[in-house]
Design a binder for this molecule. Structure first.
Ligand code: MG
Ligand code: MG
Length: 263
């Protein structure tokens, strides 16, 4: 778990313009990757395409080279995690297979401001259990986003996520959390996907958070593989991850990383 300071940034209109721009590129490139995600394609090919799109657009990768706390720098522009992998999978020669579930977690920055979003996709025909996992994880993200109202408390988000996921019989990962986002990819506050409501800072217009539930079919215990990055479920049950970058406004939450056709 990362240690964050306490202060939650409130963005200016000018800063929000840059964040909207970053978030739009994130959503568009995620849609491009989604188009490619078919049996036989390697995760490395998806990463290469995303990197080319980043270069073409003249934006920066939030993930490539990222290495907090002495960890090895992340070598790719997108985290690609399959099946029992929860998050932080490294793209490579592995080919997508019919029945896989594929998580893409992606971020870029524009003029120093970041956007961050993730989606889990079915590859070909997936089993009913996996389909229900994807639906529940996406629904739990939206339950969390609905709590992003001015005056609500930060922990109202995670409480709503947990309630939705657990009522469907799934577990939520404790080890990784949502986060504030702006000039840094990870800013205060930390936003766990569990816990009681009514705790933490009050949300205010201009705050921007990345909400990102990770939900498991089995137990939520996490193991890290030898590459120091890939997080898998200890029981090797399947896991899904959905994320949006969301702004608190006077009129409710505004999902910055959403566009027509995205999750
Ligand atoms: Mg992310
Ligand atoms: Mg994130």
């Amino acid at each position: 778990m990362m240690a964050y300071g306490e202060r939650i940034n409130v963005k200016t209109r000018r800063e929000l313009d840059r964040m909207r721009e970053a978030a739009r590129h994130v959503a568009e490139i995620l849609l491009e990757m989604r188009e490619m995600a078919k049996p036989g394609v390697t995760t490395g090919e998806i990463n290469t395409a995303a990197e080319r799109s980043i270069d073409r657009r003249g934006v920066g990768s939030s993930f490539k080279g990222y290495g907090p706390h002495g960890m090895p720098a992340f070598p790719a522009v997108v985290c690609i995690s399959l099946n029992e992998e929860i998050v932080h999978g490294i793209p490579g020669p592995r080919e997508l297979e019919n029945g896989d579930i594929l998580s893409l977690d992606f971020g870029v920055y524009v003029d120093g401001f970041h956007g961050d979003s993730a989606v889990t996709l079915p590859i070909g025909e997936i089993d009913d259990e996996s389909r229900a996992l994807l639906e529940t994880t996406r629904a739990s993200l939206y339950c969390g986003i609905e709590q992003m109202l001015s005056g609500n408390r930060v922990s109202d988000i995670g409480h709503a996520v947990q309630k939705r996921a657990e009522s469907a019989g799934y577990s939520v990962v404790r080890q990784f959390v949502g986060h504030g986002i702006g000039r840094s990819l990870h800013e205060p506050p930390q936003i766990p996907n569990f816990g009681p409501p009514g705790k933490g800072a009050r949300m205010r217009p201009g705050m921007v958070f990345a909400i990102e539930p990770m939900v498991c079919v089995g137990d939520c215990e996490v193991e890290i593989l030898d590459d120091d990055w890939t997080a898998v479920t200890a029981d090797r049950s399947r896991s899904a991850h959905f994320e949006h970058t969301v702004l608190v406004t006077e009129n409710g939450p505004e999902i910055l990383t959403q566009m027509s056709g995205s999750h």
